[in-house]
Design a protein around this ligand. Structure first.
Ligand SMILES: Nc1ncnc2c1ncn2[C@@H]1O[C@H](COP(=O)(O)OP(=O)(O)OP(=O)(O)O)[C@@H](O)[C@H]1O
Length: 785
């Protein structure tokens, strides 16, 4: 295989690298430089450290400085620095942030081979490195927590423990688990497994990756941890190069997961934070390290992933905040895929640049220093890592899974993967929609029932009173009409008698005296309400002629008899109306009872009120009719007419129509009544809906049930989805082939192979399953060859 030589890197000038203002607060990546002690026989180049600045220079024979390179870091640790210095100043604050600010942390070393990376991370018996010191610190914190202490002081720094970020929830448990993998030749191996097998990298949402089927061990004692670390180090891929007889040939990742369990009554919230410590393999020039054969392949892979890491850092550094959605090539190798979740503001990152300043390979060291210095204070990404390579389906998956996660925050959420989350969300939506439709049907039928009830009532009202709007008032027109008829008849009788008088007594009769109708002022209340229902007064006629006395008396008697029979008839009519009205009330009461069953008590109250009103109204009118037949001589036609008009106006005003609001009392009552009905019904409906939703949520998170359901119902769907994912993969490959991105092909093909994440599957379920399942693989392989 021919390896193209890269052109030598042109080192930046000292001005360009002294970019870091020493007083500037550091919110981004912290980069510290650690210089390894000089071993016997090694020649170190000239260098000086001034605070956070490292100057590397050459001197000529006259001791003049030339070719000076300056690099500035967050901190520089010289040859005399100890493991404890570093841990105390940078790692303990990181642990403090995990407990106090719920921030995760990433520590990684970067440097050429034999520069002290492994020493910094692991150390030795006498000088344990960052990893064992971290575990010791965590152990101390847990002990303090179990002793119910709220703070602990470690190396002069106070760490608060037991604080809860959730109101009313208290921290109940703190637990640690440990995982360890190595990435060797772009394959992931579990360092805690008994048999060395390749593991797969799986992506969930938010670009978070996890190593599928990786062993995760709980750590309860320091001894447990020591045993696990020993196992991991034994399983680690080591090799001997000319530069280091114990050289790490792989990137080793140690993950300590700290899980917090918060509790309030029966509810629990589990929150996990990770501190990830990475010992990267050394960057080295293959020629210098005299690597060949399999070691050459190793070196190529190591250099490639370090190159990708450098590219990611460079991209992050180049883009400002508004451009954060630009592509950062995290997906180009497994190392960056695994680490990318830490490059967000929710985490702290510490990069340790390890250097040995030996003159013979200073060029390589200068490159490392260059990249390290440029990474100082690089802004971390906003909470989500976006990547243009992330498919639409995967983003969709992120959104959906986050929706469900938010919804279920208050409950203890069982461990689940994205596939399950999406299925649950789908089920929830489906069930809720069905329920809504069901509820809509109920609501519709309720409205229909109500309308038919109202129509029924109106029909009955028409039967009794003929007025649609007088639901709560007695029908009055019928009786009014009959009274008026009787009155007219009596009037005509009186006119007839007057005519007789005129004929018999030469017209000497005074017409004004036979105008017998008068409104009885004593009955003002009654008359104002229903003016048609007038009581009438009959004046005894004056006799002018003795001879006609008998005839007149007879006539008078007849009139009286007539009057009496009219009154009797009227009384009968009124009684029958009264009876009908009370029947109507009974019926109305039945109707009201019917409505009452719909839980509508308001109707009943209104009905009772109006019934009471109407009953008293009838009692009054009846009393007036029977007891107020007086004969008065005072009024005239004009007075009567004026009064009638007045009363009529009053009736118009009072009798059920409000001109200001343009409504009748019935309208008002109807509005109020049905408003209440609907309000009540909607409230009931809402409550039912909430209850139903709760039940659905309950079921949704009942894992066993759901699992069964998912397995039974979605087996076929799953297969389709898998096929679709592969089809998608094939399309990607074809696209790449056509655009001749041969170098990228291998990377993407392999990463796609692993990225059969459920997000893609979800969208593809709408498409038909692809048939060329095997062909896809073949094509990928042949391209790689
Ligand atoms: N600060 C230090 N103090 C004392 N010894 C050190 C220090 N740093 C490194 N060493 C020693 O230097 C040697 C090389 O260190 P180490 O193995 O950590 O290098 P490395 O960068 O991990 O190399 P590689 O990338 O090849 O694995 C080891 O023997 C280690 O003990």
């Amino acid at each position: 295989m021919e390896i193209k030589k890269k052109p030598a890197i042109e080192l930046p000038t000292s001005e360009t690298l002294s970019v870091l203002d020493q007083n500037e607060p550091q919110n981004g990546i912290e980069v510290i430089c650690r210089i390894r002690p000089k071993f016997v026989g090694e020649n170190y180049v000239n260098y000086t450290i001034i605070d956070k600045r490292l100057d590397i220079y050459e001197t000529n024979n006259d001791n003049e400085i030339s070719n000076q390179k300056t690099f500035t870091f967050s901190q520089i640790y010289d040859q005399n620095s100890t493991q404890k210095n570093l841990h105390q100043e940078y790692v303990i604050p990181m642990i403090k942030d995990i407990f106090e600010k719920q921030k995760g942390g990433l520590v990684f070393t970067y440097g050429v081979t034999n520069s002290g990376k492994t020493y910094t991370i692991i150390g030795n018996q006498e000088a344990p490195g960052i990893l064992p010191l971290t575990l010791q610190t965590l152990d101390k914190i847990k002990t303090a927590f179990l002793l119910n202490k709220t703070t602990i002081e470690i190396d002069g720094q106070v760490i608060k423990i037991g604080e809860s970020p959730y109101d009313d929830y208290v921290l109940k448990e703190v637990n640690y688990t440990f995982q360890s993998f190595e990435i060797y030749n772009e394959e992931i191996y579990d360092l805690l497994a008994n048999n060395k097998t390749k593991l797969q990298l799986k992506e969930i949402y938010d670009k978070k990756c996890y190593v599928k089927d990786a062993v995760e061990k709980e750590i309860n004692t320091n001894q447990q941890f020591k045993d696990l670390l020993q196992k991991a180090l034994t399983n680690r891929q080591m090799g001997e190069t000319t530069l280091n007889n114990q050289s790490s040939r792989s990137h080793t990742i140690f993950k300590i997961q700290i899980s917090f369990l918060y509790q309030q009554d029966q509810y629990t919230i589990q929150k996990k934070q990770t501190i990830c410590i990475v010992d990267l393999a050394g960057s080295e020039r293959t020629k210098k390290a005299e690597t060949q054969g399999s070691q050459l392949t190793e070196a190529c892979n190591i250099n490639k992933s370090l190159l990708v890491l450098g590219k990611c850092l460079k991209q992050m550094r180049c883009q400002n905040e508004s451009e954060q959605n630009n592509r950062i090539p995290f997906r180009e190798c497994k190392l960056t895929r695994l680490l990318c979740e830490y490059f967000t503001e929710e985490n702290k990152i510490l990069m340790i640049v390890n250097v040995r300043l030996t003159g013979d390979d200073i060029e390589e060291t200068l490159k490392v220093l260059h990249y390290g210095a440029l990474s100082v204070n690089v802004n971390l990404l906003k909470s989500k890592i976006y990547d243009n390579t992330l498919s639409y389906n995967q983003r969709l998956q992120i959104n959906q899974s986050q929706l469900v996660t938010n919804d279920s925050k208050q409950k203890k959420v069982p461990k689940r993967n994205a596939k399950e989350i999406i299925r649950r969300a789908k089920m929830l939506v489906q069930n809720t929609t069905q329920h809504m439709l069901f509820q809509q049907t109920i609501q519709d039928s309720f409205v229909k029932d109500l309308i038919s009830t109202v129509k029924q009532q109106q029909a009955r009202l028409k039967q009794f009173g003929g007025l649609d709007d007088e639901l709560f008032y007695p029908p009055t027109l019928e009786s009014d009409y009959r009274l008026q008829k009787s009155l007219d008849k009596i009037q005509s009788d009186k006119s007839r008698q007057a005519s007789i008088d005129i004929l018999e007594q030469d017209g000497s009769i005074q017409l004004s005296q036979v105008n017998n109708l008068q409104i009885n002022n004593q009955n003002a209340n009654f008359q104002e309400e229903i003016p048609q229902r007038k009581s009438y007064i009959y004046n005894e006629p004056i006799f002018y002629n003795e001879q006609n006395q008998e005839a007149i008396n007879n006539e008078n008697l007849q009139i009286n008899q007539l009057k009496l029979s009219e009154i009797q008839e009227e009384n009968q009519n009124i009684n029958s109306i009264k009876e009908q009205t009370f029947n109507y009330y009974d019926e109305q009461e039945d109707l009201m009872n019917g409505l009452k069953q719909l839980d509508l008590e308001q109707i009943d109250e209104q009905s009772d009120d109006s019934k009471q009103q109407s009953k008293s109204h009838f009692i009054n009118s009846n009393y007036n009719q029977e007891n107020n037949i007086n004969i008065l001589n005072k009024s005239s036609n004009q007075v009567i007419q004026e009064h009638l008009i007045n009363c009529s106006n009053q009736k118009h005003q009072q009798n059920h129509f409000d001109q200001a609001t343009n409504t009748t009392p019935y309208d008002e009552m109807k509005k109020k009544l049905f408003g209440q009905l609907f309000e009540q019904e909607l409230l009931k409906h809402q409550q039912e809906k909430d209850k139903f939703k709760q039940e659905v949520m309950q079921k949704l998170f009942d894992d066993d049930e759901l699992q069964n359901l998912i397995e039974k119902e979605n087996k076929e769907e799953l297969m389709n989805l898998e096929d679709s994912a592969k089809k998608q993969q094939q399309r990607n490959i074809e696209k790449l082939i056509s655009s001749n991105h041969k170098s990228d092909l291998k990377i993407i093909n392999e990463s796609d192979k692993e990225h059969d994440s459920s997000g893609e599957k979800i969208n593809q379920q709408q498409k038909s399953p692809p048939k060329k399942k095997k062909q896809t693989k073949k094509k990928g392989k042949s391209r790689r060859r």
